[in-house]
Design a protein around this ligand. Structure first.
Ligand SMILES: [Zn+2]
Length: 457
């Protein structure tokens, strides 16, 4: 099967040029100014950008959380991802207390296998550390799980003490794996939550007020210091505040392998959303919380200057009418998370490239190339080059649309961006050579997505 993409503008992390792309079966085989060979399918990409498929390295599909679960499974979640121009995700498999890592990984593999419409990999969340888990970490790396996520937040659920974190970090260093860190000081946050509730402060905005940016900055600083002593790269997930970014910038200026991602919600939404009337603020309850609008410029500066390397979504949807209502009388019971897997590429194009904060090449780098490099997927994924997987997005930079829960493909009853007008829309998507979105119509099949074994550093 040969597919020829003609007349487009090819954009990678480095180059922008008019050109054709030839795909044979699952791979890109040739690039050129003008390729004229017989093909089974020709796609005209005139006036379109031809970019590597987006890679979202932070998603939570079909994830149990506090008596409920995230409402997108691997079918609806990956379909929505594909419709928005994302062709590969790295989700989080979770180890249960007293259970092996392999059990956790196999559980998530089972959830994805017959459902995923695009390729997927897994990070592994560790809830505890001991010698046998350390041994198993090496085996997970052999299976292509080459990053481990630890939590400094959520005492009693995911929280790990500094000693255990340090041991897990040392072990990761030995086996070439990367540590992903949820950096918030969970012990202090729990005190603030208890004190807020004691004063009768129960509404959603107190979620944000009990998780101040200092709690994120302090944990970020500590995570970097622990990683420096353990001699391992550290990747801070969902960095939300200018204060935490300052810690990353300082570490990188010293030459440390400290990395961080931010997410569209921290760039386009703010604390003001928690002040929406009634219980509406619950739609934006996630951790870390949305921050002060005035400081979003700092995040853009970090993204442009490479102090932040990745934009992921932390897609973790709970319905407003059911899941979020668990916290109607107590903000601390609102499931943490918001939908976004479908909107990332367009939001960042519209609000980042079109607004002049980042170049179109940097957009590709932040949403595809750089996550592929950090998490062992490159050059199989993350670029348009001969030999790479034919994960390709044909993107219309002029098309306009309005984000709404009434039209989005995510399986959730609200959008955090309801009514937002954007310019720049994913039109056609190839996943390993298969056209799975054609001019906005999804044609992919559940179960066609492959597990991707990721490499080490
Ligand atoms: Zn997350």
């Amino acid at each position: 099967m040969r597919t020829l993409i003609k007349n487009g503008t090819v954009v990678t992390a480095i180059d922008t040029y008019p050109g054709d792309v030839l795909v044979e079966d699952e791979k890109i085989v040739q690039l050129g100014v003008s390729i004229d060979v017989p093909a089974d399918k020709v796609i005209d990409a005139k006036d379109r950008l031809v970019v590597p498929g987006g890679i979202d390295v932070h998603t939570h599909l079909d994830m149990p959380f506090g008596g409920t679960r995230s409402v997108d499974d691997f079918e609806t979640g990956t379909r929505a991802a594909a419709c928005g121009g994302t062709t590969c995700i790295v989700d989080f498999a979770i180890q249960d207390h007293g259970h092996t890592l392999r059990e956790g990984w196999e559980t998530w593999m089972g959830r994805a296998q017959d459902k995923a419409t695009i390729d997927y990999g897994f990070h592994m969340i560790l809830r505890e550390y001991n010698e046998s888990i350390g041994k198993e970490m090496g085996k997970m790396v052999d299976e292509g799980v080459t990053s481990f996520k630890l939590f400094m937040a959520y005492p009693g659920v995911f929280y790990m003490d500094d000693g255990s974190i340090f041991r897990a970090m040392q072990r990761s260093g030995e086996i070439g794996a990367t540590i992903c860190m949820h950096a918030e000081n969970g012990l202090v946050i729990d005190v603030l939550i208890e004190q807020a509730l004691a004063k009768g402060h129960t509404s959603p905005k107190y979620h944000a007020l009990t998780r101040p940016p200092q709690a994120e900055a302090e944990a970020t600083h500590r995570a970097i210091a622990l990683a420096e002593m353990a001699d391992v790269p550290v990747y801070i997930v969902h960095l939300s505040s200018a204060e935490a970014l300052h810690e990353i910038t300082t570490a990188r200026d010293r030459g440390l392998p400290a990395f961080a991602e931010t997410c569209p919600q921290y760039l386009f939404l703010s604390y003001d959303n928690y002040e929406e009337p009634g219980f509406e603020g619950a739609k934006y309850v996630m951790s870390p919380p949305l921050r002060d609008k005035a400081k979003q410029k700092d995040l853009w500066r970090g993204l442009a200057g490479n102090d932040l390397q990745v934009i992921s979504t932390d897609h973790c949807p709970f319905c407003f009418d059911e899941g979020k209502q668990l916290g109607k009388d107590d903000f601390s019971q609102i499931p943490n998370g918001a939908p976004g897997i479908e909107n990332r590429m367009s939001l960042v194009y519209d609000g980042g490239v079109r607004k002049g904060y980042i170049s179109v090449n940097r957009w590709v780098e932040l949403t595809s190339t750089s996550p592929a490099k950090i998490f062992g997927l490159f050059p199989k994924k993350g670029t348009i080059a001969p030999g790479s997987d034919a994960d390709i997005v044909i993107f219309d930079p002029e098309a306009r649309t309005t984000i709404s829960a009434s039209t989005h493909r995510m399986n959730v009853d609200y959008s955090a961006y309801e009514g937002r007008k954007i310019q720049g829309v994913t039109e056609t998507v190839l996943s390993r050579g298969d056209v799975i979105l054609e001019k906005g119509n999804f044609t992919g099949r559940p179960g066609r997505g492959n597990y991707v074994k990721r490499g080490t550093r």
